[in-house]
Design a protein around this ligand. Structure first.
Ligand code: FE
Ligand code: ZN
Ligand code: FE
Length: 229
């Protein structure tokens, strides 16, 4: 990696990292959609694939803008090379890990309803990673006065939040409930106690998304669910 001497260099790096993340997601999503059983979940994942391809194109625009801005600012080729030679071709190891973990989970034997819940869990981890990355990059662009770049990154950030929220609603209204019942209804020995513990786990699980945007949606939905009983 080239030496990072300022925030602008770090922004270039983050953009390359996000670019790699989006590319990996584009490769991973079809298999996740294929493994999903719930139709709505399948549709949501396929729709996010379409959006993700758009996001990759948006990053192409960002890279073009950054390159142009750097060329206008500096005449020296050596400096330019330092800026763009280093991060290009970066592989986002964070996303690689999240995807690998999700794929490993999908390979496990489990009830289809439980697999759907697991797919949502790993999708939300991916969304949260992206939300973090785009949030940071947008803040850098803003700090650097790169308005057009900031706007493009903000547009994607908004889409990632929306994707996370959709998954959250799907989990809390449907998929977690199905998984709670599971396919092993016949096995049910001590129903009451197993139900109580699975509920506790579900509450702490991904879909209540403590650290994320989805907090509000989650608590609202949980409240709604309680009221409906
Ligand atoms: Fe994305
Ligand atoms: Zn990374
Ligand atoms: Fe995404």
């Amino acid at each position: 990696m080239a030496e990072l001497v300022n925030l602008r260099n770090l922004l270039d790096h983050e953009i390359e990292d996000l670019y790699s993340a989006e590319e990996q997601i584009i490769e991973a999503l079809p298999l996740m959609a294929e493994n999903a059983t719930d139709r709505e979940l399948k549709r949501t994942l396929k729709e996010h694939l379409r959006i993700t391809k758009e996001q990759k194109r948006r990053l192409d625009q960002v890279k073009k803008l950054l390159k142009k801005e750097a060329q206008e600012g500096e005449g020296s080729g050596g400096f330019l090379e330092r800026m763009f030679g280093g991060s290009e071709g970066t592989k986002c190891r964070g996303m690689e890990g999240l995807i690998q973990e999700g794929q490993k989970m999908m390979g496990e034997e489990m009830d289809p309803s439980v697999k759907d819940a697991a797919i949502i869990a790993s999708s939300q981890k991916i969304e949260h990673y992206e939300i973090s990355g785009y949030g940071t990059a947008r803040a850098y662009a803003k700090e650097l006065g790169l308005r057009d770049v900031e706007r493009l990154l903000a547009a994607t950030l908004k889409e990632e939040y929306t994707a996370d929220k959709l998954l959250n609603v799907l989990a809390l209204n449907k998929v977690n409930l199905k998984a709670e019942k599971g396919g092993g209804a016949s096995k049910g020995g001590s129903k009451a106690s197993s139900k109580a513990s699975s509920k506790g786990a579900a509450k702490k699980g991904s879909s209540s998304s403590k650290g994320a945007s989805s907090k509000k949606a989650a608590s609202k939905k949980t409240a709604g669910r309680k009221a409906a009983r």
